[in-house]
Write a protein that binds this ligand. Structure first.
Ligand code: ZN
Length: 164
């Protein structure tokens, strides 16, 4: 037995968890006691910990998302250096969208709201670190530094860590 990943990055959402059950690909080890989802045809409790029946190679591609960009930038505003959270951080387009900037790893940086507002459509402000596409393990390390969010107490046991 081995966790698929120690990363909340690859934690599956409940829809995917239910899909795994329907496809009979997992053994459920722990259930959420008080979380039931229903459709017209069925109802099920949502699993908290599942084990895949067959070993799957861990995914090493990194999904491009706002949170993963914040994580790459270690939740620091790339313009003034202030610490930010999921709530206070914004996604800044280094080359503004209005000037043809795309939402890519290389054109996205973490910015606090004041800096994002100040920067607006300007191209004079440059991020402290040149935005790059992170490697999976880079994000793993940064996630470890930041600490885990434990969504269910039983996870700690399987991850070999303790919730704060
Ligand atoms: Zn800032």
């Amino acid at each position: 037995m081995q966790p698929i990943s120690l990363l909340p990055l690859s934690v599956v959402d409940w829809q995917e968890a239910v899909r795994y059950i329907v496809l009979d690909k997992v053994t459920v080890m722990e259930w959420h006691e008080d979380w039931i989802v229903r459709s017209a045809r069925w109802e099920t409790r949502v699993p908290a910990v599942m084990m895949l029946r067959e070993y799957q190679r861990p995914k090493v591609t990194v999904r491009m998302s706002k949170r993963n960009i914040f994580l790459r930038d270690e939740y620091t505003c790339q313009y003034c250096g202030v610490d930010v959270t999921d709530q206070s951080a914004t996604l800044d387009h280094v080359l503004p969208v209005s000037k043809g900037g795309k939402t890519t790893w290389e054109n996205s940086a973490t910015a606090c709201k004041p800096c994002n507002y100040k920067k607006a459509a300007s191209t004079k402000m440059k991020p402290k670190n040149v935005p790059h596409k992170p490697h999976f393990w880079e994000l793993v390390e940064k996630r470890k530094k930041k600490g885990y969010h434990i969504a269910h107490p039983s996870w700690a046991e399987y991850l070999g860590i303790y919730s704060k």
